[in-house]
Write a new protein. Sequence first.
Length: 481
Amino acid sequence: MNHLTITRFPPSPSGYLHLGGARTALFNWLYARHCGGRFVLRIEDTDVSRSTRASVEAIFEALEWLGIDWDEGPYFQSRRFEIYRDYINRLLESGMAYYCTCTAERLEKMRDAAMKAGGKPKYDGTCREKGLGPTEGAVVRFKAPLAGSTIVGDCIRGNIAFDNAELDDFIIQRSDGSPTYNLAVVVDDITMNINTIIRGDDHLNNTPKQIQLYEALGCAVPVFGHVPMVLGHDKTRLSKRHGAMSVTAYRDMGYHPDAMVNYLVRLGWSYGDQEFFTRQELIEKFNLEHIGRSAGIFNREKLLALNAEHIRAASEEELARRLLPFLSARGIEAKPDAYLQAVVATLKNRSKTFVEMAEAADFYFADAVAYDEKAARKFLKPGILAPLKEITAKLESASVLDQETMEPLFQEVMDKHGLKLGKIAQPMRVALTGKTVSPGIFEMIAVLGKEKVGRRLTDAIQYIEGRALNGEGDAAGKNLS
Ligand code: GLU
């Protein structure tokens, strides 16, 4: 007996990997990892007109970013036609399949008539008992049971019965010799020893047909679970207009893959009311029992909030590494060294995405600070010149720039001038970063280091002196010393 759990992800490469597909991949991958089983990747590229190499590459890229690794594959259906043919022959030989030469026109008429009579447009079985051999243009149909019902024992939704009279002798091999989806999937799942299949409920109608094939081939039916679709906020199927793009678009927008994984899994599975999960926790806790029966509603704000949490939880070393391409996109070629890690430490609690973090990190790498005009006008005023000069001198002669050294040094200057921290912090902020929003003053100074701080403060002093020379005083002149 084979007790190893073997799951699979079989995308059709006709576009990028979207969020729903990624979630299906995650469920199967997590379940395999949870059970210590195996996860198989299979590319379902039998539809040559819709499958592209670029899409295959995009799927690999997305899986890699999400950290979904596979133990077997990737298999390509397009390279397995001989195996499908072999199984089709087995079904023909055992009388479970037959050739059909009904023309398209005949089938069309038959469908029209059925529709008019209010019935389902199913194949009427004309060729079922004819014992036809292979001829040019013939298709192969499965000889489906006519009576009774086929039960899908769904591990998420419970038993679902399909009336066999409603199902028809579906085609398993097209006239060009290619296998149809239902045949290829079943043959693959059998030959790859797949025993657990979690997929979108858009496939539910295929499942009874697939079960019939398993039975006709004398093979064990795997465990099936059909997951409800991911919907947009208006409860319609998730699409571009809901901001649903490729998984890798979220990578490019600065999301942490663990946040994406956490969010997508929680979108259809729960563990009490816990929202935040590390990857390891998901592997430990994921099970099929807690997959929800109702559709998950995609909520971008929630994803963003979770992303901020995952960024906060990550180590500086990791964040530095992940930030590099975002810095690079801003023309900053950094290394994941101690400096960048220290930079990241000051930003990780204030950045929701890596894009935000890179933007906020700009000033750490600039040769000279570019002032936000309004901020400079408001805060770099002659009134602050004396305290700024004193702080600059004190920092210059300080032995180390840590919080304990800096605090009393600032305090002294503030006391002398009767200033509150806010009065000195904002001008310092503008002097050091060009902006009015930044990490804490002491943290920043410690990271920037003496040389950069000294240069920036001197620049700010010069800027203020320039203003004073131009006759630009403080708004009311009251702070002029
Ligand atoms: N290739 C199918 C799809 O991308 C998946 C089939 C399956 O899970 O059985 O929807």
